[in-house]
Design a protein around this ligand. Structure first.
Ligand code: 0GY
Length: 303
């Protein structure tokens, strides 16, 4: 099937630079996606955007180029609850990728077990209204209860302004909960202000909550490294990510977010994104926990 990209869609950056920061051996890119290819794995009928294709081969080439050993591939909303592109990528990763799927209430135990076999270790609940339609909370809670029994976690994606309303639901989830992109803080506000303090409280009070300190390119208001110099990438995002890493060093993950869906203004050079890491995890020890120890504990428990 042929698909027309959403008008204005920015394709991922071909020919990324080689990062100056050398990630530790065994590092995991813990948030990335595959898109299609649409001809092989059609995009879902109910999707909110149509991306460019971004194949498993292209993802694995990026992994090697950036110096990572492993990937966590997160089901993108353009594929709905059809996890075939994801599971195909996992199956062809040589054991070097694990996944986070999207499932519906009617999934059978046999189907969940098959996802586990191929390397899925979590489900994603998305609350970003521009990306998905509403799913009733009781359906999500039922799914969370079932996947918790498999030792899986729940990845949640939401806007910072929605945290108060979602708090009770999130804190009732019966397993590890991983927040995408720091709960999307408004980084034009203060890192000590009430909005981000609420997020810090969320993680402080609930020791099962983890955060991805990812997506400076999505959260930044001050703009890309081209505007500030590569020595100072995304300066407005650094204090937020650094505070989380230093307060919760055992509950943080980092990922590229390749192929960067829905970016409107600029497409990051993934090599420069890797160079953001030492600004938020400033010691070798913090870097090792962020990039190796934590993702390995969450996704490769058996090794
Ligand atoms: C991300 C962010 C976005 C999109 C998705 O699954 C998705 O469609 O996650 C976004 O548009 O903010 O993590 O890739």
């Amino acid at each position: 099937m042929q698909f027309e990209k959403t008008p204005g869609w920015l394709d991922w950056y071909a020919g990324p630079s080689k990062p100056r920061f050398k990630v530790p051996a065994g590092a995991v890119d813990a948030h990335c996606h595959v898109f299609g290819p649409g001809a092989e794995f059609p995009y879902a009928a109910g999707r909110k955007y149509t991306p460019c294709d971004a194949s498993k081969q292209q993802l694995f080439a990026l992994r090697d180029h950036l110096g990572f050993a492993r990937n966590i591939i997160v089901q993108a909303t353009c594929h709905g609850a059809d996890n075939r592109a994801l599971t195909d990528a996992l199956a062809h990763s040589g054991g070097r990728a694990r996944g986070v799927a999207t499932v519906k209430r009617d999934i059978s135990d046999a189907e969940l077990n098959a996802l586990h076999e191929v390397g899925v270790r979590g489900v994603r609940f998305n609350f970003v209204k521009r990306l998905v339609d509403f799913t009733p909370r009781d359906e999500l809670m039922e799914i969370a209860g079932r996947v918790a029994k498999l030792g899986w976690h729940v990845v949640i994606y939401f806007e910072a302004v929605d945290l108060p309303e979602l708090w009770d639901f999130f804190t009732a989830l019966p397993t590890v909960v991983v927040v995408d992109h720091m709960g999307r803080p408004d980084v034009s506000k203060s890192v000590d202000g009430p909005e981000f303090e609420l997020f810090m409280k969320f993680m402080t009070q609930h020791s099962n909550i983890w955060s991805k300190v990812s997506c400076p390119e999505r959260l930044s208001v001050s703009g890309p490294p081209a505007l500030h110099g590569e020595q100072n990438p995304y300066p407005d995002v650094i204090p937020f990510a650094r505070r989380i890493v230093e307060t919760f060093p055992d509950r943080v993950l980092w990922g590229t977010d390749w192929p960067h869906p829905n970016l409107k203004d600029h497409m990051p050079d993934d090599g420069l994104l890797v160079d953001f890491i030492p600004h938020i995890a400033v010691s070798a020890e913090l870097q090792h926990r962020l990039l190796v120890d934590n993702p390995m504990r969450l996704y490769w428990q058996e090794t």
